[in-house]
Design a protein around this ligand. Structure first.
Ligand SMILES: [Mg+2]
Length: 229
């Protein structure tokens, strides 16, 4: 059984299935400025990273400054999210149901994302997940945290350390659920245990990054937390 006081969920690729859409758009925008990459390349090399760091890679590759690239990416991404929506990850509602069923024994839970809160709210709202984190106990306690608030992006551990402190828990009492190597590295550096959710990222990559445990779906995670299904 995995015991913890706090579970910190990553957002994209853990709660909502945004990665196929966002990496398709990012690959299209990077290709449009002269570096032909596809969605698969973007998933392997860009997923889970800070956009500023990705921009540095693209500018180095092409040998020129691209001041408008990420604004164009964000513009197209929001259009596509509004147009197509993004689904919840399979099994996440069942996992949250199981945690709810633990009542007072359930660990606290919150979200720690590299994305802006605006994007997280848009995607989580469309898939019915916001209400499963915010205002659950009638309080206004913050449960969604963005790297933009602290100015530190995964793989830097700063966001996770901020989240643990804000929620009132020691790092070693926290478990992070992550789907990207950048997120796993950040959690390990923060002194937290981390469950790697192998979906678009291969198991070996999550293991090399230091994941404490790896599952292939949230359904498996229900069992890992020793919860009734
Ligand atoms: Mg992610």
């Amino acid at each position: 059984m995995l015991e913890s006081e706090l579970i910190i969920f990553d957002c994209d690729g853990v709660l909502v299935d945004t990665e196929p859409l966002t990496n398709r758009v990012l690959a299209r925008c990077v290709s449009a400025v002269g570096w032909e990459v596809d969605q698969a390349y973007s998933i392997t090399h860009f997923k889970g990273r800070n956009l500023d760091d990705i921009l540095i890679d693209v500018e180095a590759k092409l040998g020129k400054k691209l001041p408008g690239l990420m604004d164009e990416y964000r513009r197209q991404m929001y259009i596509e999210i509004h147009e197509f929506g993004v689904p919840a990850l399979g099994g996440i509602h069942e996992l949250l149901d199981a945690l709810d069923a633990m009542g007072d024994q359930a660990p606290h839970r919150c979200i720690g994302t590299n994305a802006p809160l605006e994007k997280a709210r848009l995607t989580l709202g469309g898939s019915g997940l916001i209400d499963r984190f915010e205002h659950r106990d009638g309080s206004d306690r913050q449960t969604m945290f963005s790297a933009y608030e602290v100015g530190k992006w995964k793989p830097d551990p700063g966001l996770f350390l901020h989240v643990a402190a804000a929620m009132g828990h020691e790092p070693e009492a926290c478990i992070v659920v992550e789907d990207s190597t950048a997120g796993v590295i950040a959690a390990v550096a923060a002194g937290m245990r981390v469950i790697g959710l192998a979906d678009l990222t291969p198991v070996d990559d999550l293991a090399k990054a230091g994941a404490t445990q790896i599952v292939e779906s949230h359904h498996e995670l229900v069992a890992e937390f020793n919860l009734s299904q």
